[in-house]
Design a protein around this ligand. Structure first.
Ligand code: ZN
Length: 271
């Protein structure tokens, strides 16, 4: 187990809880003598000032989204639990919260993000919830895995953003997937499940996604698919290199898009 997972397990054990809904984050922060204040902060989302037995988190008053607020506070709690003896003050910007898809687990920002993900969506529980949703809604598995419907249920259960749920699914979901993030029509990162079987030749960062991909279409039209159309059929070659003897088989892509931030995340999977 990685340090953030060990730290979350200890936190859950200390508080006698098994899932995040058992005890509010506010209560945990209060018990840890962590005081939260909102203020205007220039160029940062949050800041934590730590002592051995207490801390003050200052969170930007621009953050209105409750799920984002919860993720940021969980990230700061991670710093307190894991890093307070190394460094007394840490400042977090958009960039540090975006570093979750990097695989350098030595980095304390990556550690804090992994702590937040594990705290909000414990890996074992995540898998259990995925399986139980599929059991209650067999139609999800009927025709090539309906990930949009499954992701809706997961994000609702854990009360997290769709982005957080997507990324968690890559790490501990029940089907191999790859997630690709694009910014302003250019591929900026990708992350795949450890059991994803396809070699990803086609993934070049700093290039636009191929025209057959849903991400490309979404940037062109400025709108993503909704409702039943969210699961879109794509040819394998939209994202992957196919050898001369390879069949251009059917894959699926579910792309969420924020016009405001010029940002998209696609989940891509094989039925
Ligand atoms: Zn941080």
């Amino acid at each position: 187990m990685l340090l953030p997972q060990i730290a979350v397990k200890k936190l859950y054990d200390d508080f006698g809880i098994v899932k995040p809904a058992d005890l509010s984050l506010d209560t945990i922060l209060a018990c840890k003598n962590i005081f939260v204040r909102e203020a205007e902060i220039d160029g940062a989302e949050a800041r934590i000032l730590m002592r051995e037995d207490s801390a003050v988190i200052t969170i930007s008053n621009r953050i209105q989204n409750q799920q984002k607020r919860k993720f940021i506070l969980s990230h700061e709690l991670g710093h307190f639990v894991m890093h307070r003896f190394n460094q007394l003050m840490l400042t977090d910007t958009d960039e540090t919260f975006d570093s979750w898809y990097k695989n350098n687990f030595v980095d304390q920002e990556v550690e804090a993000n992994l702590f937040a993900a594990e705290y909000l969506m414990p890996s074992k529980l995540f898998e259990k919830v995925c399986k139980s949703v599929c059991k209650d809604h067999p139609e999800i598995l009927r025709d090539g895995l309906d990930l949009p419907v499954l992701m809706d249920a997961i994000a609702r259960y854990f009360d997290v953003s769709m982005t957080a749920a997507f990324l968690r699914f890559v790490d501990c979901g029940i089907h191999p997937v790859i997630a690709v993030g694009c910014k302003d029509g250019i591929v900026s990162w990708f992350k795949w499940s450890s059991d994803f079987p396809h070699y990803i030749h086609a993934f070049n960062r700093h290039l636009p996604p191929r025209p057959e991909s849903v991400a490309s279409e979404v940037f062109k039209n400025g709108i993503s698919y909704s409702g039943l159309e969210r699961k879109q059929w794509i040819p394998k070659s939209a994202w992957f290199s196919t050898g001369s003897r390879d069949r251009d088989s059917t894959f699926y892509e579910y792309c969420i898009y924020s016009e405001r931030y010029g940002y998209s995340i696609s989940l891509i999977w094989e039925p």
